[in-house]
Design a binder for this molecule. Structure first.
Ligand SMILES: C[S@@+](CC[C@H](N)C(=O)[O-])C[C@H]1O[C@@H](n2cnc3c(N)ncnc32)[C@H](O)[C@@H]1O
Length: 337
C-alpha cells in the first residue's frame, strides 16, 4: 500500500533536510505533490521517451533499461512507470536518496538502484539491456576511462544506446585508444586541490576526476563505430531549441553489418572514419550564395562571347581527370542534367 500524502511530505522533507532540495528533475508523486514546484518542463525527458517509443521493437513493459549516472532518476522512473525493468546507477548518495524516495512513494518494484561508479559497469555485474540511457555522463569522464566506459556501454547493450552529451567543437588535444586517435578538449571538473568532500558536494559533476575529455562529433561517432555500434544517428526531433551547439543527442544502434547482395563493390566497402574537418562537399549550385551575382553578371556578357565560353568550360570539365570523390561519390551530376 502506498503511504498517504502527509506521510510522503514528511519523508520528502527528511530527504531534503539531509540531502538538499531536488536540483532539476520535477517528478509527479501524487496530484498534490511533486519533487519540484512549479514542475519544470524537461525536453530531454521528452526526447528520450519518444526515442524509446519509436525505436524499441517491443513494449517498454517487456524491456530492460539501464539509466547511467541517473542523478535524481527521472528517466529511470519514467521507464519504470511504463512497466520496464530498470537498473539505475548513480555515484552520489545524495542523488540516489532522492531516487529512492520516489521509487518507494510510487511503488516501483521493477526499478533497482545501485550506488556505483559507472566506470565499474560490466556485463557480469549488470547483465544485458535493450536500451542504455547514457545521458550527461560521457563528458564527465577523463581519458582513457571515457573510452573504456563507452566500450562497456556497447558490451551491455543489445539494442540501442541514447547518448546525450556535450561535445568538443575544437580538436585541440588527442588521445589514443586501441590504436585509434580521438580529438577534443579538456574540461575542468574540480580544482586539483579540492578535497573529496567538496567534489561530492557538486552534485552534477564528476565524482572524483579533476578533468574530463570531451570528444569532437567526428571522434565520438568514430569511437561508437569502433566499439560495435553499426548505426549512429543524431536526434533533431523532438526539438530542443535552446540547447547549446555543443550538446547533442545521439542514438547508437548495436546491430550487425548488413550484407549487400545487389552490389559486391558496395558490400566490400571499408569503414571510412570521419575526419576532424570534413572535406568541403560539393553542393548544388542553387545553394551557392554567389549564384545570384553570377546570374546577374552572366546577362551582362553578350551571347556571342558567353556561348563559346560555356562550351569551352564544358570541354575543360569533360577532359579533367576525375578528382577525389565526395563522401557520397557524387561527381556533380546536376551539371550533366
Ligand atoms: C550532468 S549529471 C547528468 C544526470 C542525468 N543523467 C541527466 O542526463 O540529466 C551527471 C551525473 O553523473 C553522476 N556521476 C558523475 N560521475 C560519475 C561516475 N563516475 N559514476 C557514477 N555517477 C557519476 C553525477 O553524480 C551526476 O548525477
Amino acid at each position: 500500500m502506498r503511504p498517504n500524502v502527509m506521510n510522503l511530505r514528511k519523508k520528502m522533507a527528511e530527504v531534503v533536510e539531509q540531502h538538499g532540495e531536488w536540483t532539476a528533475m520535477g517528478i509527479k508523486i501524487t496530484d498534490d505533490l511533486s519533487t519540484l514546484e512549479p514542475m519544470p518542463v524537461d525536453r530531454r525527458l521528452s526526447r528520450i521517451t519518444q526515442v524509446l517509443a519509436d525505436l524499441l521493437p517491443k513494449p517498454l513493459a517487456q524491456s530492460r533499461i539501464l539509466d547511467l549516472a541517473c542523478a535524481e532518476g527521472h528517466y529511470a522512473i519514467e521507464c519504470a512507470l511504463h512497466g520496464a525493468e530498470v537498473v539505475a546507477i548513480e555515484g552520489r548518495d545524495a542523488n540516489l536518496a532522492k531516487v529512492r524516495f520516489v521509487k518507494d512513494a510510487l511503488g516501483l518494484d521493477r526499478l533497482s538502484l545501485h550506488q556505483d561508479d559507472v566506470r565499474h559497469l560490466s556485463r557480469e555485474k549488470y547483465g544485458l539491456f535493450d536500451v542504455v540511457i547514457c545521458s550527461g555522463i560521457l563528458y564527465h569522464l577523463d581519458a582513457p576511462d571515457v573510452f573504456q566506459f563507452a566500450k562497456r556501454v556497447a558490451e551491455v547493450c543489445r539494442g540501442f544506446a541514447i547518448i546525450d552529451t556535450q561535445i568538443a567543437l575544437l580538436d585541440k588535444v588527442s588521445q589514443q585508444f586501441e590504436g585509434r586517435e580521438y580529438w577534443g578538449v579538456y574540461y575542468t571538473e574540480h580544482a586539483s586541490d579540492a578535497p573529496p568532500t567538496e567534489r561530492l558536494r557538486d552534485l552534477w559533476a564528476s565524482i572524483d576526476n579533476t578533468k574530463s575529455f570531451w570528444m569532437t562529433r567526428p571522434s565520438l561517432c568514430n569511437l561508437l563505430r569502433e566499439i560495435g555500434f553499426t548505426t549512429v544517428m543524431e536526434c533533431h526531433i523532438p526539438s530542443f531549441l535552446n540547447l547549446p551547439r555543443d550538446r547533442i543527442t545521439l542514438v547508437a544502434i548495436k546491430g550487425r553489418r548488413a550484407p549487400i547482395v545487389s552490389s559486391p563493390p558496395t558490400d566490400s566497402l571499408e569503414f571510412e572514419p570521419w575526419p576532424e574537418s570534413p572535406p568541403t562537399e560539393p553542393i548544388n549550385p542553387c545553394n551557392d550564395p554567389r549564384i545570384e551575382l553570377k546570374n546577374e553578371l552572366k546577362v551582362l556578357i553578350p551571347g556571342v562571347v558567353r556561348r563559346p565560353l560555356a562550351e569551352f568550360k564544358r570541354w575543360i570539365r569533360s577532359h579533367r581527370a576525375a578528382g577525389p570523390a565526395g563522401p557520397w561519390e557524387w561527381r556533380e551530376p546536376w551539371r550533366r542534367r
